[in-house]
Design a protein around this ligand. Structure first.
Ligand SMILES: Nc1ncnc2c1ncn2[C@@H]1O[C@H](COP(=O)(O)OP(=O)(O)OP(=O)(O)O)[C@@H](O)[C@H]1O
Length: 654
């Protein structure tokens, strides 16, 4: 194929062959003449440059010869700008050349003409500001400079936020679950064993997020685990879908399906979650769908001792360490411990890195867990020589970089509140990411910097105007009179949760439990189980239960303390109205909080938050009992404080 086409100019007329040849020769001769002339000129220029260094005397002389340059020269001496200096020098040297050329032979006429034209052009392109100043300094209106326009004031357009294409044009997921169910058999690529398991677990249809994301992940393993589509590294996948929309199955099903092809057991999937409870929840779903296969799931969250986790992760056979897990579900802290302290824990064969609650995991990036994982993934094995597959940190795609077979690492990110902030996402070092979202692309044109999210379709949001002293009474009114249960009530601190728990318990009439980091993991697990089974109608919790926790049948979420951040609000209220069901969320607001809170919720894309006013009369009948309870609570708190003080003092007395 032709790489270059050379078009030669042969003159105006092209008549005969001989005349064409004659003209070519003449042209060649002319060009040779011009080359010689240029050589002569450059020699004389160099000589002239040497002369230039001889002193001020010559410079003054030149200044006299070129009066029009004076203003320009002086301006540059003041150090105006580099551009001006360059142009001034260029003009000066051209003017000098012009002078020299007069002495050259007439053969160089064409060259001279060219340079003169260039000089004129350069003079014209000199900053008109300079020309005006030089005019002022000369005190004359006569000038050879041509003043160009283009300095009029223009209205400056406001710079709009421009998102990268993958963020601006995502694959859209339907928000309405109920009307967009897809029968599981209609989603291609899922093996019959998994289909059967889904049915056994009561899943006949996929939710929209699952119907979109499962085929996309399966497509990336269509050429096997060792190669991405077409031999390239597969694209990373980001999913932003409402709370309770079924994101867990959207990664569990394709990962289990993809790994079922593996021959040797190694850690090929790693799911990282922010809390023990969430890790446990995800680990349970993985275990359900790997049951009956040779795939093994191992959880490393610190719930067991480090040694016990080590034993669960690998064993030594024939002097060689063998992995006992295909899928590892971890919290970042324990994961980093194993990477650094457990020499038998290897991530060199990792194919999927699942980051659930991804926005929270980005915020927690200061732990540098991702950097540690990346290092462990691309750590060169001890037997580099014998290993068929080498793994090097991916860089630009070149023939050399593609020649050795590479196990690709694919990142799968999930969250209900995935940030659209490219700077934050940059921290994850994503490869040609593909975004699935049900969020409208309002952020593309919006002037506000806050991200907008989608809320579950079946969620009804309310705010309850109240005073500080009436808050506990309203909770009791909701539970005892309005029968809003099971209800999950959030406070902003452990202390507030504990105080409210004691108050409701002392008041009586409603079973209540608290959930916070004060409880140990097994107590927390039992509390959640009791709440889910309906044994406890009211659970008072800190934000420990705000994210990801899937408790079946929560009818109502109560924000006893209004959340400070929109993400916290979305995750808290998302504990109800899950899996396409209906639910309500009530937020107690003091008068001073109303304006800013409602604005924050509206800006986040809430379809509407309504006012739910509790009339003072409705609370009146409970007030006497409430006063007594408060007095009792005061005594209990005092006794507790004394006990705590004594416990603190005791060690020193001993
Ligand atoms: N296809 C389905 N059919 C019926 N139920 C489903 C289906 N997919 C998921 N579920 C159920 O929906 C509930 C919510 O799913 P899941 O916990 O995966 O939501 P999520 O999107 O991860 O929510 P969050 O953002 O709060 O973590 C779970 O109880 C799950 O069992």
């Amino acid at each position: 194929d032709v790489l270059h086409v050379v078009i030669r100019y042969l003159g105006e007329e092209e008549d005969s062959e001989s005349s064409r040849e004659f003209r070519s020769r003449a042209l060649l001769a002319k060009l040779q003449e011009q080359v010689k002339a240029r050589e002569r000129q450059s020699v004389s220029d160099r000589a002239d440059e040497d002369e230039d260094h001889q002193g001020d005397k010559e410079q003054k002389k030149r200044k006299r010869e070129e009066p029009e340059m004076e203003g320009v020269q002086r301006k540059t001496e003041k150090g105006e700008s580099e551009r001006k200096t360059d142009l001034t020098d260029e003009v000066a040297s051209l003017a000098k050349k012009k002078k020299k050329q007069k002495t050259l032979s007439t053969e160089n006429e064409s060259v001279n003409t060219g340079n003169a034209a260039l000089l004129k052009k350069t003079e014209e392109s000199v900053d008109p500001q300079i020309s005006q100043e030089s005019k002022a300094e000369n005190g004359s209106s006569q000038t050879t400079f041509h003043i160009l326009g283009g300095f009029e004031e223009k209205t400056v357009q406001k710079v709009k936020r421009v998102l990268p294409q993958w963020l601006a044009q995502p694959d859209v997921i339907q928000r309405d679950i109920k009307n967009n169910l897809i029968p599981i058999s209609e989603v291609p690529g899922i093996c019959p064993i998994l289909l059967k398991k889904l049915q056994t677990n009561g899943i006949q249809n996929f939710f929209p997020v699952q119907a979109e994301v499962i085929p996309a992940i399966l497509e990336s393993v269509s050429s096997g685990l060792l190669l991405g589509p077409g031999g390239y590294r597969p694209r990373d996948i980001c999913v932003s879908a409402p709370t309770g929309s079924g994101k867990t199955l959207a990664f569990v099903i394709p990962v289990v399906q993809a790994l079922s092809m593996r021959v040797v057991r190694d850690v090929r999937a790693l799911a990282v979650l922010p809390t023990k409870e969430l890790a446990q929840q995800v680990s349970k779903v993985f275990s359900t769908y790997t049951e009956g296969t040779s795939l093994k799931v191992v959880m490393i969250t610190g719930q067991k001792s480090f040694g016990a986790e080590q034993t669960a992760l690998s064993e030594i056979r024939g002097g060689v360490s063998h992995s006992l897990g295909d899928i590892v579900v971890a919290t970042p802290g324990r994961l980093v411990d194993h990477i650094n302290k457990n020499s038998n824990f290897s991530l060199q064969h990792l194919r999927f890195l699942i980051i659930d609650e991804a926005d929270r995991m980005i915020d927690g990036m200061h732990q540098s867990w991702l950097t540690q994982v990346t290092k462990a993934v691309y750590r060169s094995p001890a037997d580099t020589q014998t290993s068929v597959f080498r793994r090097i940190l991916p860089g630009p795609i070149t023939v050399a970089s593609l020649s050795p077979p590479q196990i690709p690492l694919q990142k799968l990110l999930f969250s209900a509140t995935l940030t659209h902030n490219p700077e934050k996402l940059q921290l994850l070092d994503l490869h040609q990411p593909r975004l699935f979202t049900s969020t409208h692309s309002r952020t593309e044109t919006s002037t506000q910097s806050q991200d907008a999210f989608n809320f579950p379709q079946g969620l009804a949001e309310y705010y309850v105007p109240c005073t500080l002293s009436k808050k506990p009474l309203i909770i009791l009114h909701f539970l005892l009179r309005l029968k809003f249960s099971p209800a999950l009530c959030f406070t902003n601190s452990r202390e507030a949760a504990h105080r409210l728990y004691l108050l409701v318990k002392l008041f009586g009439g409603v079973e209540v439990a608290e959930f916070s980091s004060k409880l140990n993991p097994s107590e927390r697990q039992k509390t959640l189980k009791d709440f889910e089974q309906g044994k406890i109608p009211l659970l008072i919790s800190t934000d420990a239960a705000a994210r990801g926790i899937d408790i079946n049948g929560v009818k109502c979420v109560i924000n006893y303390d209004a959340p400070q951040y929109i993400r916290t609000y979305i995750h808290r209220v998302g504990r109800t109205a899950r899996a396409g069901k209906a639910g309500s969320a009530f937020t107690f607001l003091l008068e001073v909080q109303e304006k800013s809170f409602l604005q924050m919720v509206r800006d986040a894309g809430s379809p509407g938050i309504q006012r739910h006013f509790v009339k003072p009369e409705a609370l009146r009948s409970m007030e006497t009992r409430y006063e007594q309870t408060l007095a009792e609570l005061g005594k209990v708190v005092k006794v507790k404080a004394k006990l705590r003080k004594r416990l603190l003092v005791m060690p020193f007395q001993v």
